[in-house]
Design a binder for this molecule. Structure first.
Ligand SMILES: [Fe+2]
Ligand SMILES: [Fe+2]
Length: 267
């Protein structure tokens, strides 16, 4: 790894997003079904926005980064079917947390996502700036908006997009997916296992042979050959993404998981 890449990787690891307590708080609070639904809605919307490549792979090619373009295209292609599988997992956990069937058909992505949105609207709808059409908080819209930059094709945006991709894949592989595994499986709250067919989304993403490990390797390889005078743009793209995702975790943590709230035991 080049010295510049090592610095980028270290900066991502040192960002507060990398060790955000949102998933630990999920496991600690063991939230009710409405909160579970609202959390999955916001997470699902964010994850969906990170999947399309838009103009990013072709913009890399246009600045002579053929290999990097291929590495990014590989990530985009491996995301197929992840939306439906995430919905199945969310519906499965929601049903267990409710102790009754809320989502009848766990293969019906549209119906599950509509249910998740209902819970989000109910619990977060009064927040300033919450958009009832999409069910998105300001913070979720900002985190999602970072990926709109992939529609731009100019070199500066393209280098920033490389930084965003590096930070996204590191966070997915080392915080988001392990965090979901921790609160959904390891916590024991839901009594589910990685091998359950409904949990296939996590099995596919987690661990040594998981999709995210490969994505991270691709992203690291793609930033390796960024010219020295463009590294600052890459860093800017990484930090902008990490700041916006931290704000989303802060919001979900404080409004749904009572972060910082101490339960007082009666004297
Ligand atoms: Fe995925
Ligand atoms: Fe990924």
């Amino acid at each position: 790894m080049s010295a510049a890449t090592e610095r980028l990787v270290a900066d991502v690891k040192n960002h507060r997003c990398y060790s955000h307590p949102v998933f630990q708080d999920w496991a600690r609070v063991a939230p009710g079904p409405k909160v579970v639904g609202a959390l999955f809605h916001q997470i699902q919307k964010f994850c969906a926005a990170t999947r399309p490549g838009w103009n990013f792979p072709s913009a890399l090619k246009a600045i002579g980064m053929e290999m990097q373009s291929r590495l990014m295209q590989e990530i985009v292609e491996s995301e197929g079917n992840h939306g439906p599988e995430l919905a199945t997992m969310a519906g499965y956990i929601l049903n267990i947390s409710a102790g009754r069937v809320i989502c009848e058909d766990l293969s019906d992505q549209t119906a599950i996502e509509a249910k998740l949105k209902d819970f989000s609207d109910e619990l977060l709808g009064a927040l300033p700036g919450y958009d009832l059409d999409t069910g998105l908080s300001i913070q979720a819209r900002r985190a999602i908006g970072v990926f709109d930059r992939r529609k731009e094709a100019d070199p500066a945006s393209t280098y920033r997009n490389l930084g965003t991709a590096l930070a996204l894949e590191m966070i997915s592989n080392r915080h988001l997916i392990p965090g979901e595994k921790y609160c959904l499986i390891d916590s024991g709250i839901y009594g589910v296992h990685l091998e359950d067919p409904e949990m296939h989304y996590l099995l596919e993403h987690w661990g040594e042979i998981g999709a995210e490990q490969q994505h991270e390797r691709n992203a690291v390889a793609a930033v390796e050959s960024v010219p020295q005078n463009r590294v600052a743009l890459v860093m800017e793209g990484a930090v902008g993404f990490l700041d916006s995702l931290s704000s989303l975790w802060d919001l979900l943590d404080s409004s749904l998981l009572q972060s910082g709230y101490e339960f007082k035991t009666a004297a």
